[in-house]
Design a protein around this ligand. Structure first.
Ligand SMILES: [Zn+2]
Ligand SMILES: [Zn+2]
Length: 180
């Protein structure tokens, strides 16, 4: 009996695009195995010059094989969910999966560091924006006060002036408590 173990999320999580880290398990894109044994998603493969047919990771001239159940057995076996369960362990498969898992873990770690840095920057820029907002709010308040002050001065002065209709000369009427 050669019963193949079921592929579960746990033992296939490592199948990812070496370029953008998209996961095969998401089943949103096609994935390709390069001759150099790198894995690349369809979207990243589209971005490379198809005529040159080079791997986007190592830039070696390559052939690309769609990763699917009907791919030739020797390639399909590379994705076996439990290669150490074989009677005769095929180290090619184990090493291939090890490399991919290492690449994935390292990528996730880098992404975590990047995300933490991004979060810190976001908090910093939010604080900066808040400070600027407070500053502009304060300036607006100051301007409003000055406007009110100016308006009250102007309207106060208007009341203080009355023009002599016959001579046309301004004379102070009432309060004269202003300075020029
Ligand atoms: Zn990709
Ligand atoms: Zn490559």
């Amino acid at each position: 009996m050669n019963k193949e173990p079921q592929s579960t999320e746990k033992n296939l999580f490592w199948i990812h695009c070496y370029k953008c880290f998209e996961l095969f398990l998401k089943k949103k894109r096609q994935f390709f195995l390069c001759e150099c044994r790198h894995i690349i998603c369809g979207l990243c493969l589209k971005r490379v010059d198809q005529k040159k047919a080079v791997c986007p990771i190592c830039v070696k001239p390559n052939g690309f094989l769609l990763i699917e159940n009907s791919m030739p057995k020797q390639f399909r076996m590379l994705f076996h969910p439990n290669p150490t369960s074989f009677k005769y362990i095929d180290w090619k498969i184990v090493l291939f999966q090890n490399d991919a898992q290492k690449h994935f873990s390292l990528g996730m770690l880098k992404m975590k560091v990047f995300l933490e840095q991004y979060k810190k920057n976001l908090i910093r820029s939010k604080m900066y924006a808040k400070k600027r907002y407070q500053y502009y709010k304060m300036l607006r308040g100051q301007r409003r006060e000055e406007e009110q002050h100016y308006n009250s001065m102007v309207s106060g002065n208007n009341q203080s002036y009355a023009f002599n209709s016959t001579s046309g000369l301004g004379t102070l009427n009432g309060s004269n408590d202003f300075t020029l």
